[in-house]
Write a protein that binds this ligand. Sequence first.
Ligand SMILES: [Mg+2]
Length: 428
Amino acid sequence: MSPRIVALSTHDIRFPTSRELDGSDAMNPDPDYSAAYVVLRTADGVEGHGFAFTIGRGNDVQTAAIRALEQYVVGRDVDDIGALYKDMVYDSQLRWLGPEKGVMHMAISAVVNALWDLKARIEGKPLWLLLGELPPERIVDLVDFRYLSDALTPAEALEILRRAEPGRRERIAHLREHGYPAYTTSPGWLGYDDDKLRRLCQEALGQGFKQIKLKVGASLDDDVRRFRVAREVCGDGFPIAIDANQRWDVDSAVTWINALKEFHPHWVEEPTSPDDVLGHAAIARGIAPIPVATGEHVQNRIVFKQLLQAGAISYLQLDSARVGGVNENIAILLLAAKFGVPVCPHAGGVGLCELVQHLSMFDYVAVSGSMENRVIEYVDHLHEHFTDPVVIENGCYTAPNAPGFSARMRPESISAHSFPGGAVWRES
Ligand SMILES: [Mg+2]
């Protein structure tokens, strides 16, 4: 019999990262990395943890949205994830708050991810392996194909998964031995001075990272200077991506990016609004051959579908905690595979590296079957608060062994960073 969920509890957890300008970029000058955190518990006392990532103010709203889902979750079987996911997404009254976007959708994501953490713990496997060993038919059953059928049908999804089936065992072994390549954003935060940028670039090279990324978009003169510093340290040919965090309108994006052409950006990330599919396509044409990347703020599989159909992106950057959780991200991985676009996920924040490594490893094992031209973002912040933190070796994510979704924060971290009553906030 499938275990039943008997309780849902939430925590508003915030880290005062703005004090050191960690995470600063052109649109987010003072982020306090935060988690609207949810714990599901079964009658046997097994817990599943999940969270929505925010950057401070509004984390209370996000936490309240998760709490509003309690009535859908409590009393349900753990194995009911697919049906429960649809009940939450298609609730006719909650749906008015989206549909499938924003605070409510992120709340659903937190709950769905907590369910998968719970399921993987009960099965005694890390999530990437649990998903990577499912038969193709079971994986297809997890996906909601509504609004996708003009781009991806269940039959096509099944064909993609069957094509990747031979070699799964070898790829699992490869992951366990070599891990999955990472790139680092740590050198490139906009609030850091040139000396810190230079030092962090050198450290990134020394640590074996395959790529770095710089934040841009506040001042073109500064971007030219900082890109020159990074190029000097990393050398010609080393992949350096840039990230504008939605700073520009379409025309100014084209002008600004072309002014940085001499430094050969590996990709330009979030040049404009994440909702502007045609704008991304116009920018891609205007800056070719520099590739466009986006996805961390793309709200659902339908917008990803359009970005792919429009030829607007060369790299797809899914986020583990923004769309409707694992189930919707499987749909997005399948769409990317169908269009032949590599997935290089967004991570960082608090806990996003811990979660998203599982999705990329599942993609490699069972969906795309490839690591070519793919890297997972890595940011060296706040991992010490997790019970199963990511392990980076030689610039690669080590394949997690512990059961679950690596989503669990240490109890002492939860209490110290609870807002506004936790010790960290009382002392400030
Ligand atoms: Mg970004």
